[in-house]
Design a protein around this ligand. Structure first.
Ligand code: COA
Length: 277
C-alpha cells in the first residue's frame, strides 16, 4: 500500500465511480480507494489506457475494479456507464468527477471548438457524471469534483480552463443546495495544486521549471499524489459527512490572493524596517 494516514478498512464494502480513472490523479484516487477496501468503477475514453489501468488496479484486489469505456461529454454514454457499474457493484457511495483536458492557448487564438473541448470535458462532463450517478446513489453519498486553483485564480493562456473550473465550483455549490437532506449526497470539490508525476505537471515543468511554477507559493513545492488521495479520503470517509458545497484546496496556498497581498506585505515590511522595529 502507498502511504495513507487512514485506517485500512475505511472504505470496506463501499463502491466508487471514478471518471478519468485510467491515469494521473484519478487513477491515484481509484488506487487509494481499492487499497482501503472499496470496489471501484473506472471510466475513461481510451480503451487501451483503460485496460492497462484496470489490470494494474485489479492486481491490488482481484474483482474490485470494473472498467467502462465512455466519454464524459456524451450524456447517454454516461447514463449507460452509471447503470452498468451499479448493476455490477451496487449503489455508489462515492463519485469522483475527475476527467479533464488542458492545454495552453492565447484567448484571442482559441477556436470556438478548442474552448468548447475543455468546457465540455471538464464542466459538462462533471454535470453528466453527477446527473448519471444520481439515481444510483447510496444514502449520504459523496460526490467530489476535481477542480483546480484556476477556478479562482486567473491564469494567462488558460481562459477555457479557468472558466470550466469556476463553473465546476458553482455547480458543486448549487447541487449541494438542490440535492441536500440528511441522506442526500454531499457535493464538494477538491482543488489540488500541481501534482508531482502527472501529465499536467510534467508539461509545465518541462516548459518553465519548478521554481517558476511553485516558487511563489507559501508552501513552495508540488503536491504528491498520496497527499491528494488523503484529502479525497477525508471527504469520502465518515469525516466528510457534515461537509457540503465546499472546495477543499490542497494547493500549497497558491489560491490565496497573493498578487495584491505580496505588494502590501512588501510595503509593510519596508515600513517596519524603516521604523527600526
Ligand atoms: N493546443 C491548442 N488547441 C488544441 C489543443 C492544443 N494542445 N488540443 C486540442 N486543441 C483544439 C483543437 O485544435 C480543436 O480545435 P479546432 O477544431 O478549431 O482545430 C479543439 O481543441 C478540439 O480538439 P480535438 O483534438 O478534437 O479534441 P479532443 O477532444 O480529441 O481532445 C483534449 C481535447 C483537451 C483532451 C486534448 O487537447 C488532449 O489530449 N490534451 C492532453 C491531455 C490532457 O489534457 N490531459 C488532462 C490533463 S489535466
Amino acid at each position: 500500500m502507498t502511504s495513507s494516514v487512514f485506517r485500512a478498512d475505511l472504505l470496506a464494502s463501499r463502491v466508487a465511480f471514478v471518471t478519468g480513472g485510467s491515469s494521473g490523479i484519478n487513477k491515484g484516487i481509484a488506487r487509494r480507494f481499492i487499497e482501503h477496501g472499496a470496489k471501484v468503477v473506472i471510466v475513461a475514453r481510451d480503451p487501451t489506457r483503460l485496460e492497462a489501468a484496470r489490470s494494474e488496479l485489479d492486481a491490488l484486489a482481484p474483482g474490485h475494479v470494473l472498467a467502462i469505456s465512455a466519454d464524459v461529454r456524451d450524456g447517454a454514454a454516461m447514463e449507460a456507464a452509471a447503470t452498468n457499474g451499479r448493476q455490477a457493484f451496487g449503489p455508489y457511495d462515492i463519485v469522483i468527477a475527475g476527467a479533464a483536458g488542458n492545454f495552453l492557448g492565447p484567448a484571442e487564438k482559441l477556436s470556438s471548438n478548442a474552448f468548447a473541448a475543455v468546457i465540455d470535458i471538464d464542466l459538462k462532463g462533471t454535470f453528466h457524471t453527477f446527473k448519471s450517478c444520481h439515481p444510483h446513489l447510496a444514502p449520504a453519498a459523496r460526490l467530489i469534483a476535481i477542480s483546480a486553483p484556476q477556478a479562482q485564480l486567473p491564469m494567462a493562456l488558460q481562459a477555457h480552463v479557468c472558466a470550466a473550473k469556476a463553473g465546476i465550483e458553482a455547480l458543486v455549490r448549487t447541487l449541494a443546495v438542490e440535492w441536500g437532506g440528511v441522506t442526500g449526497p454531499r457535493v464538494n470539490a477538491l482543488s489540488p495544486g500541481l501534482v508531482a508525476g502527472t501529465y499536467g505537471a510534467e508539461i509545465f515543468l518541462k516548459m518553465v521549471g519548478e521554481s517558476a511554477l511553485v516558487g511563489a507559493q507559501p508552501i513552495p513545492r508540488l503536491v504528491s499524489l498520496d497527499e491528494v488521495a488523503d484529502a479525497v479520503l477525508f471527504l469520502a470517509g465518515p469525516s466528510g459527512d457534515y461537509i457540503t458545497g465546499h472546495t477543499l484546496a490542497i494547493d500549497g496556498g497558491i489560491g490565496l490572493p497573493t498578487v495584491a497581498g505580496n505588494a502590501i506585505t512588501a510595503a509593510a515590511q519596508r515600513a517596519l524596517a524603516a521604523s527600526g522595529r
